[in-house]
Design a protein around this ligand. Structure first.
Ligand SMILES: Cc1cc2nc3c(=O)[nH]c(=O)nc-3n(C[C@H](O)[C@H](O)[C@H](O)COP(=O)(O)O)c2cc1C
Length: 207
């Protein structure tokens, strides 16, 4: 009797564990280390058309951007997510020669920042960088986004080549927001190459 109770308890536990890992995204099963995330993140220019990403997963991804630091916690970054087939197709036409690279990515995210927030105090620029701090904060947010994406098993391509005016019309983006990158989100098809990097001594000076 005792043996069968113990067996039942063990089986229930196993079921619970497998249920919880099934109900969650790829993140639960992969759990890569931070170093693995950094090392395996690459700009991906070819996506697997058979793999989709849900709105729930994109929400989880974008929550990570809210943990990014920003000037006086101004949080100037905004995101416009194309996830319907119609909107994705429309954005594909607005990224110039990137179009072929991201044609099979299921989600395209436009990132912007609100001007006059980061780097400003009572409407005046706090120093010579001005709205550059908004771009800085947006880059930080996007850094969180692309690393969290990798941790979830996804891949990304940041695209600075894009038609900002047409994107503004497509998503009714307010004039006070500067449109930065379009970020493709999907699953890699094939392994991207790691590009050459400058040596550390070229970019760092110790004093
Ligand atoms: C601000 C920014 C804009 C970029 N724009 C493009 C782009 O329009 N098209 C593209 O194929 N890659 C673009 N990239 C990707 C870079 O080419 C890539 O990050 C760089 O070559 C290093 O490769 P890695 O990301 O695989 O490490 C951009 C990256 C950044 C950060």
């Amino acid at each position: 009797m005792r043996k069968s109770i113990a067996l039942c308890a063990a089986l229930s536990l196993l079921t619970l564990v497998s249920c919880s890992s099934n109900s969650n995204s790829a993140q639960t099963t992969l759990s890569p280390s931070f170093d693995e995330v950094i090392a395996s993140r690459r700009s991906v220019r070819s996506y697997d058309a058979s793999k989709k990403i849900s709105e729930e997963e994109v929400r989880e991804l974008l929550l990570s951007t809210q943990e990014a630091p920003s000037w006086a916690n101004q949080q100037p970054s905004k995101y416009y997510v194309a996830i319907s087939a119609e909107k994705v197709a429309a954005v594909q036409d607005l990224v110039g020669s990137n179009k072929d690279r991201i044609k099979d990515a299921p989600v395209l995210i436009v990132s912007t920042f609100e001007r006059g927030k980061s780097g400003f105090f009572h409407g005046n620029a706090s120093n010579e960088v001005g709205d550059g701090w908004g771009a800085y904060d947006n880059g930080l947010s996007n850094g969180y986004l692309i690393l969290k994406a990798r941790a979830m098993g996804f891949d990304t391509l940041i695209m600075g080549m894009r038609d900002a005016d047409a994107l503004r019309d497509l998503f009714s983006i307010p004039a006070e927001e500067t449109i930065m990158a379009v970020i493709a989100l999907g699953y890699r098809s094939g392994e991207p190459k790691r590009p050459e990097h400058r040596s550390l001594d070229e970019i760092v000076k110790f004093f």
